[in-house]
Design a protein around this ligand. Sequence first.
Ligand code: FAD
Length: 307
Amino acid sequence: MDLGQIAQYCYNLTTSYLRIENATSVISETQDAIKLTRRCFLDDIFPTWSPLNSEISFSYNGGKDCQALLLLYLSCIWEFFLLTLEHSLYDPKYHAFPLKELPTVFIDHEQTFSTLEEFVATSSKRYCLSLYESGRDNERDTSMADAFKKYLEVHPEMKAFVIGIRHTDPYAANLKAIQRTDANWPDFLRLQPFLHWKLANVWSFLIYSNEPICGLYGLGLTSIGSINNTLPNPHLKVDQDDKPNLMFQWEIEHAFSDSKDASGEAVNVSTVNAANLKLLNQPQDRYLPGWYLTDDSLERAGRIKKE
Ligand code: FAD
């Protein structure tokens, strides 16, 4: 699929999710969350900073939050594209989609899991991202702010960055949907239309989407940081007598697909690299997949705090 096609696919996915009726309370809450994010993109952001002429870049690290937001961003870009054609005499199919790739930035400044890096690479292809990747070799351990400074030296045309941050993330309680960066950061606009999303909303929409998600979540991770500070979430450890209750069975059974013979049986996860599997899957402990945890206050319990 090219960028126009995947954007249209994400629009169909989002529309399909918004049309679900009388399913579960988490689905109706997530529908409200989607509507708010959509209004933020279409009413508040796109009229000033167009996603079609490279003024906006998307901050992408392969995690669940920015992947869910990316699906919505693409969906809204498709809607915005249709709006720009409103006065055209010709059907949308006769208009070429104006972008080939979506400007995206990944600050690869920490020792990340190879599975995550592989997922960033495969999902970048799927979503047609023109991924600027900092770090890797000689730039590891630079701060995120410095990495963005370098990015802006290469891309001075960028005015604003979309960020998949939520109010329940650390230091994010008072953030706003649109705001400038802090004084110790290079000056640009932060676009944060995902702040109101809860963990359960993210899982509901992602699982229904049927898009491959990073395989590390299947091993009990709920928040992926560096390889040195991330473990499976202890609240997902399985005891023998446990009868785990999954909040998203409906989403699995009715998962979105454009192919009629797709079977909604399991969550679609990417392959986990053998070295990461060994590192995280301690044989004495078993963990439920990350999507069994829906309490926002426990989301980072698998992250080892810095001394
Ligand atoms: P996550 O929950 O993993 O990340 C939240 C979101 O941040 C992700 O969905 C993704 O969109 C983005 N993100 C996280 N890590 C990366 C990465 N390695 N590469 C690309 N995107 C990533 N902090 C300040 O104190 N002041 C600022 O002015 C400020 N400006 C920022 C501007 C941008 C464009 C970004 C991406 C971050 C900025 N931050 C700033 C840091 C931000 O507030 C979060 O601390 C940071 O994104 C990590 O969030 P998290 O720990 O909640 O991780």
